[in-house]
Design a protein around this ligand. Sequence first.
Ligand code: APR
Ligand code: ZN
Length: 361
Amino acid sequence: MRAALLEEIHGELTIHDVRLTDIGPNEVLVNTVACGLCHSDLHFIEGTLPQRLPTLLGHEAAGIVEAVGEDVTEFKPGDHVVGCLNAHCYRCSQCIGGRTHLCENRLALQKRANGTSRVRFGDEEVFQLAGLGGFGEMMLAHESGLTKVPKELPLELGALLGCAVITGVGAVFNSARLQAGSTVAVVGIGGVGLNIVQGASLAGAERIIAVDLNPDKLELAKTFGATDCVNAGETDAVEAVTELTKGGADVSFEAIGLAATAKQAFQMIRPGGMTYLVGVSPAGTDYGFAGNEMVLKGRGVQGVYMGSNYFKRDVPMLANLYLQGRLKLDELVSAKISLDQINEGFAAMQAGTVARSVVIF
Ligand code: APR
Ligand code: ZN
């Protein structure tokens, strides 16, 4: 199959013919229909998150089941599926505690049972990001790393549920468990931030303040439910949010992954408020919060991994919200591109001009 490989840090992705291994007993072979380009993929390309090379990136993917392993009962050929970043075992203490997104065995489940990769380029093993590798024409994944979605859901939109949407909406529903009537600030209005905005809107927030540097992103945020916008390039974002909320937001979310914006997000909550850190930062980043700014003001900071998702529960729920007309997905797609245009798609992300580019196979 054709796949876009990362062979060197800072390099362009290169299209090669690669091979998938035979289907293991608990694995599912999927014809990839669509895969979104996420900022986390860019972290690997830029080397800010280290990764083994060569790597097959792409983790926001959806497709149609082609074949299943002998022990798989949940899926059959023809099923429409969305890929999950965190395959899970249902047996470790995290899974038993209901935190399948933190499964202790997820890295093992992203490989074959014998510990080798499911993707080969010649004789070489190719690292399969998230056990999916959505930038290839086919995905071979562990059954726990997929979930079925209704066939009425267009798969190019279903793909987005697997990362941007679940990360953003999940941060609101699962981590913040946002109370209706809350005041919310969202710093960073990319694919993830837009979904925090629409999650807060679905949860009944009274005020949703979008903060970004890009006026186009702020306009888009309004259509996703933002009640106010702050251009952090023109005004002091902390002062602006503090003034709009008369003393600080109840809850803030950071969806970029920078120390400076994480600090801003923390400084714009009121005493007793909470900041949720959603953006993935370059390896080694130190956010450096002052302890007494938390203790004496009863404020907190919580990291949120992948919207604290329970994938097989949350993704079908989000699909149904879309089919009922209550969740925006079409508006997240700024560009549909071919696999051959993938480097242009990442260049557009670096330029900050798009919400999501989606590769259509
Ligand atoms: N202040 C405000 N906004 C900023 C700033 C800043 N200093 N710097 C960047 N931004 C905005 C950009 O204008 C853009 O709209 O942050 C947004 C980031 O969006 P994307 O690049 O589309 O990133 P996204 O895919 O949403 O991911 C955000 O979450 O999943 C993680 O790894 C991912 O760390 C990344 C984060
Ligand atoms: Zn992602």
